[in-house]
Design a protein around this ligand. Structure first.
Ligand code: MG
Length: 372
């Protein structure tokens, strides 16, 4: 029997500032943010079911994505979704691509909101629809803002006391300084603790090769050493340290090339970089099928992004889930009920249908955009 049709009747966007608990977050190239500008999408249907999504670029200078662009892009894409069945995710994505070529981050909040509706209308949590919940929970990493080596070591010690066992150091400054940072932190870790040095593309090729040689005796992963794929691949071919690729893996063709070249051991998959859960799931499944582990996360976000991450992470086989992170704990503002909270460095996905979170509109305020 055919299901009852469902149609999108209205799309709204909200803007919310998410100040950082630590005051600022610093990474390579002198980049820093103190507060994140996040966009929440609400998708209404004629069935009475509504879905919610979120996109939160890490400032305007991290990826080709920025907060005002997300909202402008949603205004451009949303009219093409009115009347579409939100549960038909491939059609939803085709409609968005027809309205706006590229700009995957713009589409991410809308795609997530449609997944939320699919889950609610089928009475299943997204983790079930994305493949099933593997075990009770999964491990988190903590990103450590770039600072003096001793400050970063103190920060790692503090988060280790809170239960985290995986740490991602923001490096990509000078080789000497970054080696100091890696050594200062690793000295205080124990066997089984995981250390990643993430340059966010901040080293030139020769710097990255020197860095990799200087830490060849240390148990550390090197993440996105250089800005381009080709430079990072050159580093990969000259180091024994495991390599994680992040910013350059922005599509299926980029991923398949990386797999073919054996360019990385782990992929850092950010939901909005590839355009939402529909495409993130495709990349996740391709990685798992190819034996590549994943960090599953996003550029940033609050309660809704954290829930979306949790569902995709929880439905990933544990042997391939390298780590994920709980962005809602990095910021001082909560705007939805039911978002996952970490316990002892681990997290689990909500068990309610859909994303399992309920936005608090008293916190979100009035929409900045309404399309019907
Ligand atoms: Mg990274």
């Amino acid at each position: 029997m055919p299901r009852d049709a469902m149609k999108i009747t209205e799309i709204r966007a909200y803007r919310i500032e998410l100040p950082l608990r630590e005051g600022s977050y610093n990474w390579s190239g002198g980049n820093a943010v103190t507060s994140l500008d996040s966009t929440i999408a609400a998708v209404e249907t004629d069935s009475g079911i509504a879905g919610y999504g979120e996109v939160c670029p890490l400032g305007p200078a991290y990826l080709p994505a920025y907060a005002a662009g997300a909202r402008t892009g949603i205004a451009a894409v949303a009219p093409n979704l009115i009347g579409v069945d939100p549960r038909e995710l491939s059609i939803v994505n085709q409609k968005m691509d027809q309205a706006l070529r590229g700009h995957p981050y713009v589409k991410s909040a809308l795609d997530i909101a449609c997944w939320d509706i699919l889950g609610k209308s089928s009475d299943l949590p997204l983790a079930t629809l994305l493949g099933g919940r593997f075990g009770p929970d999964f491990p988190l990493y903590r990103a450590i803002s770039q600072d003096k080596p001793e400050s970063m070591a103190r920060s790692v010690a503090r988060y280790r006391d809170e239960g985290y066992r995986k740490f991602q150091l923001k490096v990509g400054e000078s080789v000497e300084r970054d080696v100091e940072r890696i050594r200062a932190v690793r000295e205080n870790l124990e066997d089984g603790d995981v250390l990643v040095a993430d340059a966010n593309g901040g080293w030139t090729q020769h710097q990255a090769i020197r860095l990799a040689a200087a830490v060849s005796d240390i148990d550390v992963y090197i993440e996105q050493p250089c800005v381009t794929y080709e430079q990072s691949l050159a580093v990969r071919r000259r180091t024994t340290r495991p390599i994680i690729l992040d910013e350059v893996i922005d599509s299926i063709p980029a991923l398949t090339r990386g797999i073919s070249d054996q360019a990385m051991d782990v992929v850092n998959l950010k939901i909005s970089r590839v355009g939402g859960l529909t495409r993130a799931r495709q990349l996740r499944d391709l990685c798992v099928s190819s034996g590549i582990a994943l960090t599953i996360e996003d550029t940033w976000g609050g309660d809704i992004v954290t829930a979306a991450i949790a569902h995709l992470a929880h439905s990933t086989p544990p042997e391939y889930l390298f780590s994920t992170t709980d962005f809602n704990s990095y910021v001082t503002v909560s705007f939805a009920d039911g978002s996952p909270n970490r316990q002892n460095g681990r997290m689990s996905s909500p068990s309610l249908p859909g994303l399992g979170v309920k936005p608090r509109f008293d916190v979100l305020g009035k929409p900045v955009l309404t399309i019907k």
